[in-house]
Design a protein around this ligand. Sequence first.
Ligand code: ZN
Length: 239
Amino acid sequence: MFDFHIHLARLPHPKRLIRLLLDRNYDFVAVACEPWEWNDVSLLKKEFSTGLKPIKTAYGLHPKVAKDVTKEVLFELREYLKNDKRAMVGEAGIDKRYPGYDDGSQDQIFLAQAGLALELKRDLQVHCVGDYMRVLRLLKEAGFSQDFKQTQDSPRPIFHRFGGDLNFVKKALPLGALFSLHEDSFRKKSTTAAIPHIPQERVFFETDADESFLEPEELAESLENRLESVRAAYAKSLE
Ligand SMILES: [Zn+2]
């Protein structure tokens, strides 16, 4: 099992939970998308990584906090990314429910992070609630190229909790895009119809879990079940 997007530092008893997940062979990308989570995630990585199996991480700034981001915060983000050589950037993106969607400030913070991903050669976890075409324009503006060539360290955008349509999939694939599917990815007809057109090796599954009242044992089991149900929905969409 591989959870491509989970907010471990926001879940209760993260250390007990990680131990249980690792025992169950539940692999994951631990996403830290507000400054207060960066240090927590970097410490969890240090504590639980082994030489064979480092904990996978992502550091970024969610559009929810775009309005609060200063130069200093961006500098700090760069330091976390430089210190964690394999970390992804993100999640970063745009979201019409939060301030800064209309005045361009979310765009600026997204562009800064897309630039970091290109500069440091890291994949970029992208969050989009709103105009998917705008995200595509911003990625190109940042320098993500239409004729992506897969080499070991060429950065790819990852559309997390994917909710776009077929037109978007067709336009995003040439950028090397990966798609991380969530239970919600199957809510919209247009997304469910688009998903079978994504090459299978570019498809991943996620829980995006960020809160729970469950004890770690029950939570680990429920995360497995959620991931399994996304996988089942995906298999069904291919029929
Ligand atoms: Zn998330």
